[in-house]
Design a protein around this ligand. Structure first.
Ligand code: PLP
Length: 368
């Protein structure tokens, strides 16, 4: 198969878990505006973040994101730095109170890291843990053993490494905080179910270096007064993400991605496209007579990260190697899980899923 015939600019099918592929239209616009940004005489990277031009880029990005997700006015939208990993700590430092605890739902590697960071700050209760089945599913609502009065309830909507997805917003009322790093903007979300959502940009939104935080405003009253300013949500909110120099380039590219998503039908449409794309690969797994085995259980299968393995690790390695030669990049599973992982975020084309499914069938026929 000749990938170059399908994708422009000799681009490869990029199945990387992140940073990962961005829409070509977005890359083209960023390229075209690179040297002289909208008549300013300089690139967006070279101008003051306090000037009118960048100010309007930031305002537009916030307005477009509000429209895209449907974020009510009583939520603040912040663009921070330090990745989702810093949010693991910031969340607890801002909201985990001394004589109380926070609930954590553990469905994979990133949730575990969130717990480890929060445990350095205060008491955490793990209210669900799928370790015994090697993190292959999300809980049913009845399996969540909530504590009496937690400061918040944290979960990871999509575990990127295991490919395990809740697929739904929380079904009950609570102070839910969600790490949406690997499936933000892949489906509609009802913000009223959340106190806070956060996500690193580098999978579904833009380049690494920007972290999106969407925070219900009443939460700001809980932030301790003696918090270090760069770690305080209140300080970032009061300064509209401009307490220090924000990641201007990243915010600009995220803004272009928001416009692209609005233009291509919004999040309802995106969900439809993502379900369609993921189905192509899950069908290839399910119809392989056991040659490929999916990691996540049906009902928790991620639409973004499709995890599967072959009969042996050696065969998985061989698959990844041969696939790479054919123009499919980034299929090796995370070292902690093994096997293979095809990450097919919003910007990944369906043609890539179809081409990989075909390659999978041929590989199985040759090696089965
Ligand atoms: C679900 C999830 N949470 C957190 C992280 C960590 O993000 P960062 O590298 O931006 O700190 C990742 C990174 O892959 C992730 O997939």
């Amino acid at each position: 198969m000749n990938v170059a015939q399908i994708l422009p600019y000799d681009r490869t099918f990029n199945f990387s878990a992140g940073p990962s592929c961005l829409p070509v239209e977005v890359l083209e616009q960023a390229r075209d505006e690179m040297v002289n940004f909208r008549g300013s005489g300089m690139s967006i990277m070279e101008m003051s973040h306090r000037g009118k031009v960048f100010e309007s880029v930031l305002e537009e990005a916030i307005a477009d994101l509000r429209q895209l997700i449907g974020i009510p006015d009583h939520f603040k939208i912040l663009f921070l730095q330090g990745g989702a990993s810093l949010q693991f700590s910031m969340l607890a430092m801002n909201f985990l109170e001394e004589h109380r605890s926070a609930d954590y739902v553990l469905t994979g590697t990133w949730g575990k890291k969130a717990i480890e960071a929060a445990s350095l700050v205060g008491k955490t209760n793990v209210i669900f843990d799928s370790k015994s089945t090697n993190y292959d599913h999300a809980p049913r609502p009845s399996q969540m053993n909530y504590s009496e009065n937690p400061c918040y309830i944290h979960f990871t909507s999509n575990e990127t490494i295991q490919g395990v997805d809740f697929l739904k917003d929380p079904q009950v009322h609570g102070t839910f905080v969600c790490d949406m790093s690997s499936n933000i903007l892949s489906r509609p979300v009802n913000m009223e179910n959340y106190a806070m959502i956060y996500a690193g940009a580098q999978k579904n939104m833009g380049p690494a270096g920007v972290t999106l935080v969407i925070l219900r405003e009443d939460m700001l009253e809980r932030v301790p007064r003696d918090m270090h300013p760069m770690l305080s949500y209140r300080v970032h909110a009061e300064n509209d993400s401009m307490y220090n120099t924000p990641p201007t380039w990243g915010i600009y590219v995220c803004g272009l991605v928001y416009k692209w998503l609005l233009k291509t039908g919004g999040l309802e449409k995106r969900l439809e496209l993502n379900q369609d794309k993921a189905q192509v690969l899950y069908d290839a797994i399910d119809q392989s007579d056991g040659f490929y085995t999916g990691h996540a259980k049906k009902g928790s299968r991620s639409l973004m990260n499709i995890t599967f393995r072959l009969r042996t690790e050696e065969m998985s390695d061989q698959f990844v190697k041969e696939a790479k030669k054919e123009g499919f990049d980034g299929l090796k599973g995370h070292r902690s899980v093994g096997g293979c992982r095809a990450s097919v975020y919003n910007a990944f084309p369906k043609a890539g899923c179809e081409a990989l499914a075909e390659f999978m069938r041929h590989f199985a026929a040759r090696n089965g």
